[in-house]
Design a protein around this ligand. Sequence first.
Ligand code: OAD
Length: 234
Amino acid sequence: MTEDIVILTGAGISAESGLGTFRDVNGLWTRYDLEEVATPDGFARNPALVHEFYNTRRANCRAATPNAAHLALARLEREGLGRVLVVTQNVDDLHERAGSRAVWHMHGRLARALCAACGYRWDAPDFMDPQDTCPACAAHATRPDVVWFGEYPHRMDEIWERLRAATLFVAIGTSGQVYPAAAFVQDAGRAGARTLELNLEPSAGISDFDEARLGKASDLVPAWVAEVLAQAEP
Ligand code: OAD
């Protein structure tokens, strides 16, 4: 059977590359106030603090390398028979650096900058600063091109279309606490897809999945990809 696979990834897939998750012990949201660094109001109150937070994350991302889980998903796209789409909540670029081509960043990307005044987007410099000017309109309104709480994620209509067409939906390394991504398992399941969770700890929505496997992404994902590729062999 030719599969149409949609894979949702979260911070857990990049954890073994050294990038922190949000809600685990020592996660980013245990050390930073989400309201201060990941909301439009927080940015309006203290843009320097928000830029500093994302400058550090951008530097960490540049220093990180893809792990076996990212590489396995790229292999699946390259060697599988059907369509493979990675929808990631992550703002890092480790899927791309592993070789995946169909990657949609629903929460934006650290590598991009956005002008809050005119909507222009460009490649982010290593360090962003409230005094930077937009290359298009010259306003002092530059921000990281990431989606904050209270903002609408990217490409949602296209994502829902792909979830409706999917034969298999897989969620990897996400706690299932942030919507709309947390509801993708229900959206895909209702439309007839089989659903699989690969995670270190059970997500909030684990009971919505047909199957769940618990463990490290670097173990689970390569093993699952090998299974899918073996089934696809003639
Ligand atoms: P969370 O930090 O909420 O969840 C991380 C998940 O990864 C948990 O379920 C962990 O059990 C799992 N995990 C940790 N290490 C792992 C490993 N080595 N292998 C496999 N799984 C592992 O991160 P997300 O679910 O991605 O949004 O968070 C969703 C969104 O909340 C983020 O995109 C971000 C955040 O606030 C915004 O900033 C808008």
